[in-house]
Design a binder for this molecule. Structure first.
Ligand code: COI
Length: 359
């Protein structure tokens, strides 16, 4: 993952000039981190015309970007995103978790939205440059992470319906704490009317347009005291699919169940990792349709995602019925979560080859 000499020269000069006049990050109170926007020092930018490949990107001081009012992203939502974290290890180094998976998913999402995407090498090189340039914003071990947001947008102007003439790939980052403000468990509400994803739609890729359609129901559920909303499949309204921001798992008699990813459920990197860890430890994992009956019968429930990490679900409410689940240190969920955390923070040897040390 060495940056090209040209990119490295640009990055290093940008970093040096910015370091001279920015000191506020060093005074952070890491104990009060939330999942919000704290501007950091640098972002990465790379552009290309439609029909071309991305070639040369660079670091720039973090700041606003200029867009045509006619840009594809503003008018027709032509954009895809990714999310991953840079984590401080026990010995103070900084590592990424399975960043190749994000590069591949961005490529898949971009293809679905008719956009060119950076190569895996370009994606990883850009990530590394962005994290190194913002290294002082990576929280100390155990205090949170540097959340990294790769974004690919149709930035060129377009009026007739179709792909934009120019694309911009950006990476920016912010230090984050827990995704959900209150506590370490979630209380979910099953939504009966609004559907998150439809067969043949974009639910299985990370399109920007997947997210705002759920704001209304999530806002209403939060006002009633729920942490988040669990969505049912659009075709039958009988099967569980995913939570607004994460995948979901159910445990019954030590068997682990999760909705299959067949186009309407996002193939999450944390989801995939938990499945691999569980199978490696001889748990039976079933990826299949998960009807409401399995929700009622489960012993444990947990959610996975980059932002939420691996979080226990304490209850699910469906219509007027509230079902409570086992939480705590004796659960299957907890054992899997500990293994993942230990790999991510470098406490145990990474036999899976998942982590990428960048510092
Ligand atoms: C992530 O977990 O990184 C996501 O992209 C979810 C986002 C809604 C915060």
């Amino acid at each position: 993952m060495r940056p090209s000499p040209a990119l490295q020269a640009i990055s290093e000069s940008a970093v040096q000039s910015h370091e001279a006049d920015e000191k506020h990050g060093d005074a952070m109170n890491w104990d009060e981190l939330e999942f919000g926007v704290i501007p950091t020092d640098y972002m990465y930018i790379m552009k290309c015309s439609n029909g071309d490949n991305f070639s040369q990107g660079h670091l720039a001081p973090y700041g606003k970007i200029e867009l045509s009012p006619f840009s594809g992203i503003l008018n027709y939502g032509q954009g895809v995103l990714e999310g991953l974290k840079a984590i401080r290890t026990k010995d103070g180094r900084v590592q990424l978790f399975r960043p190749q998976e994000n590069a591949l998913r961005m490529k898949m999402s971009a293809e679905r939205l008719c956009m060119p995407s950076p190569s895996t090498h370009q994606f990883l090189d850009a990530l590394k440059q962005t994290v190194l340039a913002n290294k002082r914003w990576v929280p100390p071990e155990g205090k949170g992470a540097l959340y990294i947001r790769p974004l690919l947008i149709g930035s060129g102007p377009v009026l007739g319906l179709g792909p934009a003439p120019e694309y911009t790939f950006l990476i920016f980052a912010t230090p984050v704490g827990n995704y959900h403000k209150r506590g370490s468990t979630m209380n979910l509400y099953i939504e009966n009317e609004v559907r998150r994803a439809t067969p043949g739609g974009t639910g299985g890729v990370k399109s920007i347009t997947n997210y705002s359609p759920v704001f209304e129901v999530v806002t209403k559920a939060r006002a009633k005291g729920f942490t988040d909303v669990l969505f049912l499949d659009a075709a039958t309204g009988k099967n569980i699919e995913e939570v607004s921001s994460c995948n979901i798992f159910f445990v019954k008699d030590n068997v682990i169940l999760t909705p299959r990813t067949s186009g309407t459920v996002l193939p999450g990197v944390t989801r995939k990792s938990i499945i691999e860890i569980a199978r490696d430890r001889n748990y039976m994992v079933e990826e299949r349709d998960v009807p409401l009956e399995d929700v009622l019968a489960a012993d444990e429930v947990f959610c996975t995602g980059t932002a939420v990490e691996v979080t226990a679900v304490a209850s699910i409410t469906h219509q007027d019925k509230r079902i409570e689940y086992r939480t705590g240190e004796e659960t299957v969920f907890h054992k899997l979560r500990v293994v993942l955390k230990e790999i991510q923070t470098g406490v145990v040897e990474d036999k899976m080859g998942w982590t990428v040390l960048i510092d």
